[in-house]
Design a protein around this ligand. Structure first.
Ligand code: SAM
Length: 280
């Protein structure tokens, strides 16, 4: 075990527990993480050596989804739930390449994310970060800043990218229905989620990763099936994930990829899936 992964006693400048946002940051190669976060990542890598690819598959999907909605559907307001720590290619930066007037509210419950985002967004009147529990839709939708910056009578995109697998309850579809009910027609819901492909090869891999996540200090990280994840887009028309394809859930990497895929996906990249639903 190298020094980064050796157990550490908490101190004033070392958090006592790993956090979802910082473990994800570590997987993306960021610098906003601590040894305690890298320990969790090392445990997942022990059962799934390519797990960093899964994080990148999720993050790159987010970028393509935001660009797609801004470019193809004229979406100019985004509610990004569980926005995390990434320093580049955030939702407002991507959407504003299409239209500089785009408004974004980021929501997270991790103090490090809030501090980091406030610094990033300082002086930007069209973007805010809000500290709230994204699994309590009424809190998010009733938040003063959300209602002040976003016009909930006009179409918007609600992002739940890499978040709902951290919700352990079995009423996630009902939770998402509360969000959907509050959105006007023409709005979109974007979901990316740890995926159990239910095959003989990949089902056991998903179970092994889930076991590590659920026994880590984060105590979250559920791999759900196609039917379960699709249930997080209740009553929505699912956007086709590629040319001539029926609207359905797809692996993140195969959802409107930027170009031809020249390398086969590794097994871990087959354990993260996404879908976008449109309210009609
Ligand atoms: N959405 C970003 C992306 O896909 O690149 C970040 C995903 S990161 C894996 C999950 C984020 O959700 C973390 O920043 C974490 O703090 C946040 N999160 C988890 N549970 C939450 C909750 N109950 N309320 C608010 N944020 C939460």
């Amino acid at each position: 075990m190298d020094s980064a992964n050796a157990p550490q006693a908490p101190s004033d400048d070392q958090p006592a527990r790993a956090s979802i946002a910082r473990v994800y940051d570590a997987a993306l190669g960021g610098t906003d993480n601590f040894p305690i976060d890298r320990q969790v990542l090392a445990q997942v890598r022990a059962v799934a050596p390519e797990v960093d690819d899964l994080a990148w598959s999720n993050r790159r999907f987010l970028g393509r989804a935001v660009r797609f909605l801004a470019d193809q559907d004229g979406i100019r307001q985004f509610l990004d739930c569980g926005s995390g720590l990434p320093t580049a290619e955030n939702t407002h930066q991507i959407a504003r390449r299409i239209d500089a007037s785009t408004r974004v509210v980021y929501v997270d419950n991790d103090p490090a994310v809030i501090a980091h985002s406030e610094a990033l967004l300082a002086g930007d009147d069209s973007c805010r970060v809000v500290e709230a529990d994204i699994f309590r839709p009424a809190d998010v939708l009733g938040n003063e800043t959300v209602r002040g910056l976003l016009d909930l009578t006009q179409p918007l995109a609600l992002l739940q990218v890499g978040t709902l697998h951290h919700y352990g309850g079995d009423d996630g579809a009902e939770l998402m229905r509360q969000y959907v009910d509050a959105l006007p027609t023409g709005s979109f819901v974007v979901v990316a989620h740890f995926f159990d492909p239910e095959t003989d090869e990949l089902g056991p891999l998903a179970r092994r990763m889930e076991e590590v996540f659920l026994h880590s200090p984060m105590r979250s990280g559920v791999f759900r099936t196609r039917a379960e994840i699709t249930g997080f887009l209740p009553g929505l028309e699912i956007v086709p994930p590629g040319p001539g394809r029926p609207g359905q859930l797809e692996l993140c990497d195969l959802w409107w990829p930027d170009g031809p895929r020249l390398r086969a996906l590794n097994p871990v990249q087959r354990c993260i899936a996404a879908g976008i639903g449109r309210k009609t």
